[in-house]
Design a protein around this ligand. Structure first.
Ligand code: PDD
Length: 287
């Protein structure tokens, strides 16, 4: 691979990029990240991701090392240098690398944040075979920490959850707290009943998805009623349709929950329509 990546101010071939072994991202998962989608070589919802990055950093008392325009420039440089047509830009900011391991935060004057960005191409993002078939999900306990609204790099449990799903022949897991679905391992979760789109309200229990905000706006503009409230696993299993949203999957129909088929077992009409609207509108607004 001769991908060009960005590390602390430098554009380098990926094999030459280095981060310290004392980096708090590596030792303590003390960092945050964003994933911004690229379609037609342009960034989808860049400003939404930038604003959530600012919020995540603020909640952890990490100073944002760059302003909006500087972040945009790095994103665009990497997309251009790596010739990305469809794919994503991953960014990560950690509290940096003090000389030793210590639970106490380092003095921010002495230890500056570490900044890493790289791209991943995925030519099948828009015309996704998975979206045509829909995905199967299984439910698992949500045992994550209480600040899921901060997009930290603590992704071990979501990663284990995905493996639990795959070992059961499914594609992904929905996490459940007190009998109610919080979200997917790396996406927000929705059901549709009698034409109404139902998704958990925003709180510290879930990530405030940038795709979620856009999809709910498009749904309302298309006169599809939206209910922001929690739903149980039983309610989900008897829904007409279901779907998940994220920067990397857009609107992805869900066709089975814990082995129970939804509707005909094929992607539902409303989820399919929302996916089309989301892709069309996002393409128009991409920068
Ligand atoms: N995941 N919930 C969780 C737990 C997530 O990790 C994500 C995103 C979302 C959807 O957020 P957005 O619409 O802003 O992408 C919800 C990214 C894509 C990832 O980890 O790859």
């Amino acid at each position: 691979m001769n991908r060009i990546v960005y590390v602390n101010g430098d554009y380098l071939p990926e094999g030459e990029a280095k981060v310290s072994i004392f980096d708090r991202g590596f030792l303590m998962a003390d960092g945050v990240y964003e994933v911004t989608t690229v379609i037609d070589g342009k960034l989808i919802d860049f400003d939404g991701h930038f604003m959530r990055l600012e919020r995540s950093l603020g909640e952890l008392d990490i100073t944002n090392p760059m302003d909006r325009d500087a972040w945009l420039e790095v994103h665009r440089q990497l997309v251009a240098q790596n010739g990305v047509d469809q794919g994503m830009v991953y960014l990560q900011v950690t509290r940096g690398a003090p000389g030793d391991r210590d639970f106490i935060f380092p003095d921010p004057e002495a230890t500056t944040p570490t900044v890493v960005l790289f791209t991943q191409s995925n030519p099948a993002l828009v015309d996704s075979p998975k979206a045509r078939k829909g995905i199967k999900v299984v439910t698992i306990d949500d045992i994550r920490w209480g600040r899921r609204d901060i997009k930290t790099v603590q992704l071990l449990y979501p990663s284990m959850g995905k493996m639990m799903a795959i070992r059961q022949g499914a594609d992904d897991a929905w996490m459940v707290q007190d009998g109610e679905v919080t979200e997917g391992t790396s996406n927000n979760a929705y059901i549709i009943k009698d034409g109404r789109i139902i998704t958990r309200a925003l709180s510290n229990d879930i990530l405030h998805g940038i795709t979620r905000a856009a999809v709910l706006r498009f749904a309302q503009e298309a006169q599809m009623p939206v209910e922001e409230r929690s739903f149980t696993v039983d309610e989900a299993k008897s829904a007409d349709e279901a779907f998940v949203t994220s920067a990397s999957t857009f609107v992805m129909p869900v066709v089975e929950i814990d082995g129970a088929k939804l509707g005909t077992g094929a992607p539902g009409p409303l989820a399919t329509r929302l996916r089309e609207i989301y892709i069309d509108e996002s393409r128009k607004a991409a920068i």
